[in-house]
Design a protein around this ligand. Sequence first.
Ligand code: G6P
Ligand code: MN
Length: 443
Amino acid sequence: MRLTILGGGGFRVPLVYQALLADHRHTGITEVVLQDVDPGRLAGIGSVLAALARDVPDAPAVVTTTDLDEALTGAAFVFSAVRVGGLRGRVVDEHVALAAGVLGQETVGAGGIAYGLRSVPESIRIAARVAAVAPDAWLINFTNPAGLVTEAMSRILGDRVIGICDSPTGLVDRVLRTLGVAPAEVRIDYAGLNHLGWLYGVHDATGRDLLPGLLADPGRLATIEEGRLFGDLRELGAVPNEYLHYYYDPKGTLDAVRSAPQTRGAFLREQQDRTYHEIAAGEPLQAWRDAWREREATYMAENRELTGAGEREHDESRPAGYEGVALAVMRALARDEPAELILNVRNRGTLDVLDGDAVVEVPCRVDGRGAVPLPVGPLPGHAVELVRAVKATDRLILEAVGSGSRAAAIQAMVTHPLVGDPAIAERLVDSYRAELPELAYLR
Ligand code: G6P
Ligand code: MN
């Protein structure tokens, strides 16, 4: 069985392959096709995978190609993990926003909208080729902004596209560990959109909700990263996804990002320039591992510094990384082995504040037939307005992509809670158009 990874020259690809090496007998994957538009990055990551596979009997074979159709042909699973415009684009997303006085972040606010305006057209092209060349494949989408991109792809592929993110699984894993319960013992209320979700219920077999007890216990709450990041959560009655920090403390997080010596994108661009060079120079595995460790240790560092949340937790034994989620989805689909995972899928009535086609991030049951949302309690009142506003922003981005309308892109900026101001919105769209050739389609 063939797994195709689009964006196969990307930095996280070795994580996926490593997870596969530990588990390929269960997933049935015998061949991995890496596809990327950049042959240099493709060759570099290919050599990291070769080093990982050394001494592993029956390691899945790795093939590299720059041709999309060739890569898709015969694929049972397609992982889409592309970064349109690369880290150059991420740096522009950040800088233009910060220069206009609003948050410049990969997936949130103005930066996320600019990224979406690049990601969606390419993801639509990919979805159309999957429909033509590999209509029976499952498409697992990592491409950010993952919720928006999954919704765009679902208009072509229906429920054969499933969006994934590591952050909800990580959050729930931390909370359940602190509560001392196993996932199978509880029913979870986690819902929202990608990078905009809340955990608002952990119900045990007797129907009792274990979450209020945790929220009322500051000492215990502070043992999890989100507790340290957000402080007192009693009033909210929920544990927010770490990305909510940008919404709950817009001024603090903006100042923190502004006063950092470098933006995240600029840091990663330098790091990757160096690392791909070292990989080519002959120490592929060591170079990749060192860079990966440094990247993890500095993840969301400004927010953690701002709140005194301390170092990013890291525990090799936890299944929570994005490769863990991807493999769990693939295993459930390939082996028809039911699993419950938090995924980005079409709403189908799960959250009554959104329409049925809206892609939402909710617990799902996954088996050989696909991913189906499980019932969750209604979204907390404080979450509804935010979710609606960000979904409305996403819809305007899809409209801007569909019609090429600059006015729709500006309206998307105005609609986002972290932009709002029409004059700033117009300035943002025009600066992004001037600096990003991928946005020249906006007229
Ligand atoms: C998490 C999020 C991803 C995001 C990444 C950014 O894993 O779930 O959606 O792309 O963080 O991390 P980075 O190291 O690129 O800043
Ligand atoms: Mn994510």
